[in-house]
Design a protein around this ligand. Structure first.
Ligand SMILES: Nc1ncnc2c1ncn2[C@@H]1O[C@H](COP(=O)(O)OP(=O)(O)OP(=O)(O)O)[C@@H](O)[C@H]1O
Ligand SMILES: [Mg+2]
Length: 247
């Protein structure tokens, strides 16, 4: 298997009221190219902290990251966020409300291509993400939550990432709209060979999209494996509890 990213013994502590609190404790995993790896766990289990660490947005307290087999230090973190883009829960908040979607998308395209960043490519990205090209002239508040999340995915793709890290990217949407976004992510994975790291507290959503899953509880991975297998035969009591919440 072709390993895109490998995390070895990652830990992260935060100071809270003068005490060090562990948000992520000794987590190791491989993310293979072209797969979708799910991270499930309750609120506060450390999912977002882990995501920000692997994207080079948050320093590690301990551990090592390897991108395509090469170690990446904090100084070299740009290598991580050049290849990995994050998609968040509240798309409207991730856009500048004073800019049209066109302007936001063009910024990402121009970062990569220089000033002459292509209008054609922007329109292609919108279409690819299931939006009519006219969406470009709207402001974030003029589109629905689902459309705004599609635009956020299009903007992430403008940097030509190899991996999308989706942090609760469908959690704020109703079920039908969620399915549309999950189907879009699945299409991008198949057609572009995009690697996905998909975070959700909802195992139903994870089981729809993810090949493998890691279950997190209080900063640790308590169970991992093929999603279908973990759901059919959950071993850890915490996984059983998460499953009971969706059945
Ligand atoms: N910047 C920070 N400063 C202090 N503590 C933090 C910080 N970021 C996260 N934490 C703590 O780390 C732990 C894990 O938080 P994290 O946001 O990673 O969890 P999560 O699984 O993403 O939760 P949610 O499902 O609510 O998004 C929590 O106890 C949180 O309070
Ligand atoms: Mg989170």
């Amino acid at each position: 298997m072709d390993t895109f990213l490998e995390a070895r013994h990652l830990s992260r502590r935060f100071m809270k009221k003068g005490h060090a609190v562990s948000a992520v404790q000794d987590i190791s995993f491989s993310l293979y190219r072209g797969e979708c790896l799910g991270i499930a766990g309750a609120s506060g289990s450390g999912k977002s902290t882990l995501a920000r660490m692997v994207c080079g947005l948050l320093p590690l307290s301990e551990g090592e990251l390897f991108l395509e087999g090469n170690p990446v230090s904090w100084k070299e973190r740009k290598k991580l966020y050049q290849k990995m883009q994050m998609v968040f829960q509240l798309p409207r908040e991730s856009f500048d409300s004073r800019m049209t979607l066109r302007k936001s998308l063009m910024e990402n395209l121009q970062n990569r291509q220089g000033k002459k960043g292509g209008r054609e490519e922007m329109e292609h990205l919108l279409t690819e993400c299931g939006l009519p090209v006219e969406t470009a002239d709207k402001y974030p508040h003029q589109v629905s939550g689902g459309e705004c999340q599609r635009a956020a995915i299009a903007r992430a793709l403008a940097s030509r990432p190899e991996c999308l890290v989706c942090d609760e990217a469908v959690s704020a949407l109703d079920m039908e709209v969620q399915k549309g976004i999950l189907d879009l992510l699945m299409k991008l994975k198949v057609e572009k060979g995009l690697t996905l790291l998909f975070i959700s507290h909802d195992l139903a959503v994870i089981s729809y999209l993810c090949d493998r899953v890691m279950i997190m509880e209080q900063g640790k991975v308590v169970e991992q494996g093929q999603t279908a297998e973990v759901i059919r035969h959950p071993r850890h009591p915490y996984t059983k509890k998460l499953l009971a919440a969706v059945l």
